[in-house]
Structures are given as C-alpha cells and as structure tokens.
Design a protein around this ligand. Structure first.
Ligand code: SAM
Length: 215
C-alpha cells in the first residue's frame, strides 16, 4: 500500500528551515507560505519532492522556483492587502497563489498557453481569483497599470522599459537580471519617475523571452 505523505508537516518544516531559517521575517509572507499547498502546483510524479529545497520541472522546459526564492522575492516586494501586483511568468501559479493569499489583486502573464491554462485551473480549484493573461509579459499589461508591485520570475538581460513605465510611484519591481544562466536579484524602487536599484545576490532563473527580453 502506498504511504500517505503528511504535506502539512512538510510545509511547516519548509517554512521553519528553508524560509525563516534563512532570515525571512515578514509575517504576511510566512503565513501565506503556511497556507498555500505547494504540492498542488507540481506535476503528479513530483509531489513527493514538492517541499524540497530546490526548483522542480513543471513541463515545457520551465520550473516552479525554489521555495526560498519565492519567499525572498515576495518579502522584497513588501506586499500588503489590496496592493495591485503584476507578475510576469505564471509558470505553475505558486507565486501567484502566495500573492493572492496575502490579499493582493494579482494580474499574472504567462507566454506558454498550456502552463497558463493549467495554473488557472489549479488556482481556481484552490479558490484564488487572479487574472491570468497569455502573452509577452516583457511588455507588461498596460490596461491595469500602474502597479504597486511587479514581480518577474524569469531572468532578464535588462529591466524592460515597459515595466518601469507601468510601475507606480514608490512601487517596487523585483527582477533577476543577468545572462541566460545566472542573474543578480534586483529590487528597483520608483522615486520621482526614476528607478533606484538595490542588489540582493545571485540567482538562477529560466530566461525571460520576449520583445524586451531574450529574443
Ligand atoms: N512563478 C512561477 C511559479 O511559481 O511556478 C515560476 C515561473 S518559471 C521560473 C518562469 C516562467 O516565466 C515560465 O513559465 C516561462 O514560460 C515564463 N516566461 C518567460 N518569458 C516570459 C514572458 N515574456 N512573458 C510571460 N511569461 C514568460
């Protein structure tokens, strides 16, 4: 008989060791991580590894990011209830769910239609209600701009100009910038129309493809 996995215990351990243990303190972020069932966002054959300290494949050459990476990006964004957030790279929808759980109003863009559709179904099943858009996220989503927060979950050659334009005054953009294989995690804060950049260490993301990304 197959052994039943105690996902709730694994989730608590992940939060304690991988997230709090590495210095994440934002209560909104920690409680969202305790509530979102990560096992729902990974393919069936990966469920046993859902709470491992690494990214996992989700098909189409893409990944669900490492839990800690989702946590640090979310903490840097400083999300509050009702904040309007644009996410680029829906992927599995896990980061989207964390933002929804915090109470943000989330618009999320994914370029691979099959991933967007699957994420939409998972999010609906769990009772989250973000707007998922299929398209090139490097161009942002003008219709609902400006955004308090923009989170880009794929590695960019530079910060897309369209995204900076669609960021609100005092808004934050969190984005990995570098080459195709490794990047630096950047937080840009918009002050008087200009982007002030902070650097938050090395990371590795799949490439951000698109008109203002990798061609
Ligand atoms: N946030 C995701 C999660 O929690 O599962 C991780 C996303 S994965 C690391 C990066 C995603 O960005 C991929 O699904 C990829 O297809 C998508 N992507 C890459 N370039 C894009 C673009 N220009 N617009 C929208 N999505 C893009």
């Amino acid at each position: 008989m197959e052994e039943k996995i105690d996902f709730e215990r694994l989730r608590k351990e992940m939060v304690r060791h991988q997230i709090q243990g590495r210095g994440i303190t934002n209560e909104n972020v920690l409680s969202a991580f305790l509530r979102v069932p990560r096992e729902e966002f990974v393919p069936l054959e990966m469920k046993n590894f859902a709470y491992d300290d690494c990214p996992l494949p989700i098909g189409f050459g893409q990944t669900i990011s490492q839990p800690y990476m989702v946590a640090i990006m979310t903490e840097l964004a400083e999300p509050e209830k009702k904040d309007k957030v644009l996410e680029i790279g829906t992927g599995s929808g896990y980061q989207t769910a964390i933002l929804c759980e915090i109470g943000c109003v989330v618009y999320s863009i994914e370029r691979i239609p099959e991933l967007a559709e699957r994420a939409k179904q998972t999010l609906e099943k769990l009772g989250y209600d973000p707007e998922i858009i299929i398209g090139d996220g490097t161009l942002g989503y003008q219709e609902n701009s400006p955004y308090k927060i923009i989170i880009v979950t794929a590695g960019a050659p530079e910060i897309p100009k369209s995204l900076v334009e669609q960021l609100d005054e005092n808004g934050r953009i969190i984005i990995p910038v570098g080459d195709m294989f490794s990047q630096e995690l950047i937080r840009g804060i918009k002050r008087k129309g200009k982007l002030i950049r902070e650097f938050h260490g090395g990371c590795q993301f799949v490439p951000l493809m698109g008109k203002e990304g990798w061609k």
